[in-house]
Design a binder for this molecule. Structure first.
Ligand code: AMP
Length: 279
């Protein structure tokens, strides 16, 4: 696996590959890689000729400075996992490389998408996400980029940006990888104590219950049941549980074709999100 820390070096390497007619896929990550990330790499390997993974803990998407400082960083182990999963190129830039001092201000209109759910609880988060993903797309110029359903709203936001800026990249959403007990894999799970890991199961349990009851009861009842369950669960600091149109994250109506339930809660100091497709 080739490892690059400079934009100019990876650009040179990839433009040579592009000239040979090879397709390029990008898997953007913040590192502390787990099976969820690996599944994205594995999907990319089957889909494109050259798989690029980026590891960059992006400061502009963190609304909480302590969260940024405490974010797990495990580059050595990450490199081993990437090599084992068939990744071709790792892009590992510094903060100065991605955010030079004379950087332009970034602002993109994401409409309602950045006012709801994560956008509401983490103001500015999606401006930071789109800012870094735009920069990564500009450097790597991928034919295809792979994102996890784990961050469902993020995929919607990236799709919105790609449409708005007419970027020539195909976005693929890959399914959520879970522990055997149902807990969605997340880099932040390493911060959970054994007790908190058990308490965190309430999130996936609430989602699975909603899926089981979907179609049998009103959406508003399912939502209220889930909220009640989570508020009564030990160690859970409830933030939201919403059932929305999976196409545009708007309200569900009779005509809605695809429906998603999304949840966020803090378990101890660790903020977790999860979701499930109901229909
Ligand atoms: P992160 O490093 O948390 O920014 O995640 C990088 C990419 O991996 C994002 O597209 C995430 O949605 C995806 N991802 C994170 N956790 C999972 C998971 N449990 N299953 C599938 N994809 C995931």
């Amino acid at each position: 696996m080739e490892i690059f820390t400079l934009k100019s070096d990876i650009e040179k390497y990839l433009s040579a590959s592009r000239l040979q007619g090879r397709t390029i896929g990008l898997v953007p990550t913040m590192g502390a890689l787990h099976q969820g990330h690996v599944s994205l790499i594995e999907t990319a390997v089957t889909d494109v000729d050259i798989v690029v993974c980026s590891i960059f803990v992006n400061p502009t998407q963190f609304t909480d400075k302590k969260d940024l400082e405490n974010y797990p960083r495990t580059v050595e182990q990450d490199i081993e996992k990437l090599v084992a999963s068939g990744c071709d190129v790792l892009f590992l830039p510094s903060v100065d490389e991605m955010y030079p001092p004379a950087d332009e201000n970034w602002c993109i209109d994401l409409g309602n998408l950045e006012l709801i759910l994560e956008g509401e609880f983490r103001p500015g988060h999606y401006q930071g996400v789109t800012q870094i993903v735009k920069k990564l797309f500009d450097v790597v110029k991928p034919d295809t980029a792979f994102f996890g359903q784990k961050d469902f709203q993020q995929v919607k936001v990236i799709n919105r940006m790609v449409e708005k800026l007419e970027m020539p990249v195909k976005i693929i959403m890959c399914p959520i990888k879970r522990e055997e007990n149902g807990l969605a894999m997340s880099s932040r799970n390493v911060r959970l104590s054994e007790m908190e890991k058990k308490q965190a199961l309430a999130l996936s349990q609430a989602l699975i219950k909603a899926k089981g009851d979907f179609g049998l009861r009103k959406v508003s009842e399912l939502r209220d049941d889930a909220e009640r369950f989570l508020r009564n669960s030990d160690g859970i600091d409830f933030e939201y549980f919403e059932i929305l149109d999976a196409g545009n994250l708007g309200p569900v109506s009779q005509e809605t074709e695809n429906v998603v339930a999304l949840v966020a809660a803090k378990v101890g100091e660790t903020r977790l999100i999860d979701n499930i497709i109901l229909k």
